[in-house]
Ligand binder design. Structure first.
Ligand SMILES: Nc1ncnc2c1ncn2[C@@H]1O[C@H](COP(=O)(O)OP(=O)(O)OP(=O)(O)O)[C@@H](O)[C@H]1O
Length: 209
């Protein structure tokens, strides 16, 4: 049985009296590849931050058993060493970091992560500032990265290539779907169709009575 990397139990997270997340139980296992999806403001980044221990829930608990690397767009790159080859491959300039463009900052932070080995990666919107070449590099690295991977992305192509599970956040709750993004879309279509059929049966039955 695969080792648990992080688990959440009976978690409630609110901001300004709004219940943003309500999780009965969720777990990330050793080699899971999970894509988190949901509308703007659904709670995707907050869920990653909970798993990273950056924010604490007011109820329930989050237990982490492995060391995760965390990436988001807002955190500036730190001074940690990066692999020389990666620096070249990712065209990271020799200029001062404060002058880096958005894309260069993203490349730098990803290079820092890929220069070390982590048992888990929590990655929030990694491809936003990347050009096509940067996205291809990121995907190639992650395809062979042997760890738990949880990431938030609005990029369907990236999700389709990299994940084998989808966590959908809707109205504060998280539903797990097996498969990549396209599989998730198919399952949602079937769910909708089933609901529609149930509704039609209900209406017909009501008329009949
Ligand atoms: N520190 C905070 N203080 C108050 N509200 C917050 C805070 N952090 C997040 N929120 C609110 O919680 C909700 C969830 O935010 P979160 O950033 O997790 O959403 P998201 O699904 O990642 O959204 P997006 O796709 O737009 O990035 C939003 O309504 C946001 O305004």
């Amino acid at each position: 049985m695969e080792k648990i990397g992080v688990e959440l139990e009976n978690v409630e997270l609110s901001f300004l009296d709004r219940l943003v997340l309500h999780v009965l139980r969720l777990a990330v296992h050793q080699f899971d590849r999970i894509g988190i999806v949901g509308k703007n403001g659904a709670g995707k980044s907050s869920l990653l931050k909970l798993m990273n221990g950056q924010i604490k829930p007011e109820k329930g608990h989050v237990k982490s058993y492995i060391k995760f690397a965390y990436f988001d767009q807002v955190t500036a790159p730190d001074e940690s060493e990066i692999d020389y080859d990666l620096k070249g491959k990712l065209y990271i300039p020799e200029t001062k970091m404060e002058n880096f463009s958005g894309g260069e900052q993203t490349r730098m932070k990803l290079a820092q992560i890929f220069s070390n080995y982590y048992e888990g990666l929590l990655v929030d919107e990694p491809t936003t500032h990347l050009d096509t070449e940067g996205i291809q590099f990121f995907m190639k690295e992650l395809t062979h990265y042997y760890s738990a991977l949880v990431f938030v992305s609005h990029d369907r192509y990236v999700l389709d290539q990299l994940v084998t599970k989808i966590w959908e956040i809707e109205n504060g709750t998280v539903t797990e779907y097996t498969g990549n993004y396209s599989d998730y879309v198919d399952q949602k279509k079937l769910e909708k169709q089933h609901q529609q059929e149930q509704h039609e049966t209900y209406v017909k039955e009501k008329i009949r009575l």
